[in-house]
Design a protein around this ligand. Structure first.
Ligand SMILES: [Zn+2]
Length: 136
């Protein structure tokens, strides 16, 4: 069996066209992450300041919504909604792509998250025949 060469850190296969390994076997994505976030204790305040500058710029636009949050009902997107609504007081529009496989648990999480915030929410679904074609 042929051995697959992978990034020594994240296990991305080197056979992917966009993956380049360095002489230590670490991929370009891991190296890029290290350049941006590797020294997190020293860069986190700068990153937070950059994020807050973006937020201030967005708020000045005085649009109907300040941000669009793709909400799956999982912890990451729910936390993003929490941060935008509760910490930064942004006017949030959430959208959930309903691929036909959303669990009742996810729907319940979405309902609870929306009810706990001021966000508006949209479920978006394409016609099931179109979805089937997309899955093919
Ligand atoms: Zn990697």
């Amino acid at each position: 069996m042929e051995e697959i060469v992978r990034c020594s850190r994240c296990i991305l296969p080197a056979s992917l066209p966009s993956v380049k390994l360095d002489d230590k076997g670490v991929c370009n994505y891991c190296n890029s992450f290290d350049r941006s976030f590797g020294d997190w204790d020293n860069v986190k305040e700068m990153k937070k300041k950059q994020f807050e500058q973006i937020i201030e710029k967005v708020k000045k636009q005085n649009a109907e919504y300040d941000c669009l949050i793709p909400l799956s009902g999982g912890k990451d997107s729910t936390y993003a909604l929490y941060v935008c609504d509760k910490i930064y007081n942004l006017r949030c529009l959430c959208i959930t792509f309903d691929n036909g496989f959303l669990s009742d648990y996810a729907r319940k999480n979405i309902r609870n998250a929306i009810n706990a915030t001021r966000a508006d929410h949209i479920y978006y679904a394409v016609n099931p025949k179109t979805m089937l074609e997309l899955y093919k």
